[in-house]
Write a protein that binds this ligand. Sequence first.
Ligand code: DGL
Length: 270
Amino acid sequence: MDNRPIGFFDSGLGGLTSIVHTMKLLPEERIIFFGDTARTPYGSKSPETIRQFTMQIGDFLVKQNVKMIVIACNTVSATCLADLRKAYPDIPVIGVISPTAKVAADLCSEEDRIGIIATKVTVRSNAYEKKILEKHPGLKLFSKACPAFVPLIEEGIIDNEIMDLTIKYYLDDFVCENNINTLILGCTHYPLISENLKRIYPEMRIISSSKEVATAVEIELRKRDMFAGRTGGENVFYASDLSENFVNMIKTVLGKEETELNIKFKNLDI
Ligand code: DGL
């Protein structure tokens, strides 16, 4: 039994989509979230810069006495998972890509045509391809970077014609030419546009990295006998820039009023 909080982080508000699933699955767990909203997006930055930001966040979470670190970001999972594990050998560190790749490998057959949509960094890393094909060789995989999705989502441009046009700009030809029937949302921001995706491609099977990481957290806590024994303490949501949109998005994603949420500003450069 371990009543310390679980530390989640993302480049911005995408990681909140993982938290929602974790809260449903493990309601007794306490969460500390850090969204690097001042420096988002990470997905078009160099691996060196992403690593520097990631280690600052890791140190901050460890100082908050977390029992586990969840990288609620595909871009960081693709580039810095090993760095975090090396830096904090006593704390389990979970990334989003392996659990999602496992689900895709189990669920899909050779007849499926699987599209992986993600940031430029995640696509360039081929992390999904490697993990999926390791588990299920022969699956047909296609990947597509969609770099404009994250900035639009961070701006709250979601339920909107601009987002629909951007989705079609990136995905219409990709889906049609490759005959895609399954889409892996390889960025934790993308569940926030899953309604748009379902409306535009109604037949598409969607696999979400945000959902799968919650199951991985449960498995890891069980394996290490680290479940929280009681509900207690508040979840805390830190951001490096407390924009109006970040606050609005937390309220929408978690379905709570601002007064019910402990939202704090934290500048990691200081
Ligand atoms: N949510 C991140 C991911 O899963 C964000 C990407 C970004 O900052 O570009 O990759």
